[in-house]
Design a protein around this ligand. Structure first.
Ligand SMILES: Nc1ncnc2c1ncn2[C@@H]1O[C@H](COP(=O)(O)OP(=O)(O)OP(=O)(O)O)[C@@H](O)[C@H]1O
Ligand SMILES: [Mg+2]
Length: 159
């Protein structure tokens, strides 16, 4: 199922993430693709806040994955930008996170496309200025109707 919507500020993107967090469960995998500065980390920050994670989200700079605890679910925040591909991902044992008791949010998920579960929720972010377009392909447990619900709650423009 494909869903598209727009946000008009970083606050709104974060708010969408916060609203979306309610529909996540252990094993949910979300990929975020889009240029540098698209808003991938901004959205993840909202998800973490919604889950109730204790530490604010920062970009995983020295590690590929950061773990956020203290919330309703563990949040595993990946940035796979520096991986060469899925072989690299498997070699580092990172696919084990998909079996863990938490939700995985993966910036630059396209880098490890072949390693992603079939049920992955894939989001592409584009745009400039303060406006961002989100194109989502949802094949997982979150459900298209809940993505629309979260976007509506955050005041996003559904396309
Ligand atoms: N509608 C919007 N949604 C999200 N971010 C926005 C929006 N409008 C402007 N911005 C700005 O875009 C930037 C997004 O930065 P962010 O770190 O989230 O991007 P990123 O996609 O994670 O980049 P990187 O690939 O470097 O990790 C921030 O400076 C934010 O304030
Ligand atoms: Mg980022």
């Amino acid at each position: 199922m494909k869903i598209s919507f727009k946000t008009d500020s970083s606050e709104q993107t974060e708010k969408f993430g916060e609203a979306l967090s309610r529909y996540l469960e252990a094993g949910t995998v979300i990929t975020l693709d889009g240029d540098l500065g698209a808003g991938k980390t901004c959205l993840t920050r909202g998800i973490a806040r919604g889950l109730g994670a204790v530490t604010p989200v920062a970009s995983p700079t020295f590690t590929i994955v950061n773990e956020y605890e203290g919330g309703r679910l563990m949040l595993y925040h990946f940035d796979t930008y520096r991986l060469s591909g899925e072989d690299d991902f498997y070699a580092s044992g990172l696919d084990e996170y998909f079996q863990k008791d938490g939700c995985c949010v993966i910036e630059w998920g396209e880098v490890i496309e072949g390693a992603l579960p079939e049920e992955t929720m894939k989001m592409k972010i584009s745009g400039n200025g303060d406006e961002r377009l989100f194109d989502v392909v949802e094949e997982g447990s979150v459900g298209a109707e809940n993505i629309i619900r979260a976007a509506t709650e955050a005041g996003c423009t559904i396309l």
